[in-house]
Design a protein around this ligand. Structure first.
Ligand code: ATP
Ligand code: MG
Length: 305
């Protein structure tokens, strides 16, 4: 792995000449092409809502290619925003930039974004675990059994939506709050779809010896039709654990961003001031985990060329 990855250049951000300036998310550069968007997954990584330095070379390609893999697995459950994934099929204006876009860019339908994150959880981790401890047994308004510990398996997967805040500090909400935001019918569709997509992901991951502990989906509407957008079941948006090593009450062996969060926590960072710079071994360790997640799920190595 390291041999292949150490030679890759980091794409921190893109500035494509001849196009309007992109909107930059924490990870992606988004070019507005009118009816379509070109979404470029760069090599930035964020944790605790802060973008960290330096980038993780090739990470954007892994996220983009894994999302495309999952979109394909899910087409019978929900349509997605993809228009084209092969640079050769992109509009003329993007062709001069083919080398930088290749493997990390999706041409998509511009959607009206549903302003809630759709989270499914089969295990107790992250904000749900913190909330469970704080409230003495609830997460997002859902009563959970007593005596659960970090990484416990839940009796059944739960839907725990969150706000999609502009400042990035998303907050968990209960189901009635989602209904207030989008109406009864849409809330039920988002919940049912989220759980169905999560179930599909869990089943596939399990075959590869991975537990998909939780994940976040985003939806939007295109011409009135509900579609899956953004990224799907990536190590940025999901927790992937080594099934063989899973022991409730202990920190799971994970193939996701948790490795970086743990390093930041060990450094004693306060999550507010400028984050410490990731050392080379943590950059390498992160990339290696993301690449392993990809390989185990897709069954082949990501194309980082
Ligand atoms: N088809 C689409 N139409 C419109 N917006 C989309 C579409 N697909 C993804 N997006 C948006 O593009 C952005 C992706 O960029 P990125 O993942 O870097 O953002 P982020 O920092 O995670 O999120 P945010 O912008 O919400 O803080 C997200 O805001 C996502 O909602
Ligand atoms: Mg995002």
């Amino acid at each position: 792995m390291s041999q292949a990855t150490s030679t890759i250049d980091t794409v921190w951000q893109t500035d494509l000449g001849g196009l309007p300036a992109p909107k930059r998310g924490k990870v992606r550069d988004i070019y507005d092409l009118g009816e379509h968007l070109a979404i470029v997954a760069c090599d930035r990584i964020s944790a605790y809502d802060h973008v960290l330095q330096p980038g993780i070379p090739g990470k954007g390609k892994i996220l983009n290619q894994l999302t495309n893999f999952w979109f394909e697995q899910m087409t019978d459950l929900v349509p997605n925003h993809l228009v084209a994934t092969d640079v050769a099929d992109f509009p003329k204006a993007l062709q001069p930039h083919a080398d930088v876009l290749r493997g990390r860019t999706a041409l998509v339908h511009k959607a009206s974004v549903v302003p809630f994150e759709c989270v499914a959880r089969g295990f107790l981790a992250g904000s749900a675990f913190r909330e469970y401890k704080r409230t003495g047994g609830r997460a997002c308004g859902i009563d959970l059994p007593e005596g659960l510990v970090r990484a416990s398996r839940l009796p059944e997967p739960i839907y725990t939506p969150a706000t999609k805040a502009e400042d990035g500090h998303d907050e968990n909400i209960d189901y009635p709050t989602l209904v207030e935001g989008v109406g009864e019918e849409m809330a039920a569709r988002l919940r049912d779809l989220t759980l169905a997509l999560y179930g599909r992901g869990v089943a596939h991951a399990e075959k590869q010896g991975l537990l998909l502990a939780d994940t976040k989906f985003e939806f939007g509407t295109v011409n009135g039709e509900l579609v899956l957008i953004d990224e799907v079941l990536t190590p940025d948006s999901s927790r992937y654990w080594e099934a063989d090593a899973w022991t409730p009450g202990t920190e799971p062996v994970s193939f996701d961003k948790q490795y970086v969060r743990n390093w930041l926590d060990a450094e004693g960072w306060d999550h507010e001031t400028a984050p410490p710079e990731l050392p080379a071994d943590v950059v390498e360790g992160t990339l290696s985990r993301y690449a392993q997640a990809f390989e185990r799920i897709a069954g082949h190595a990501p194309d980082l060329s």
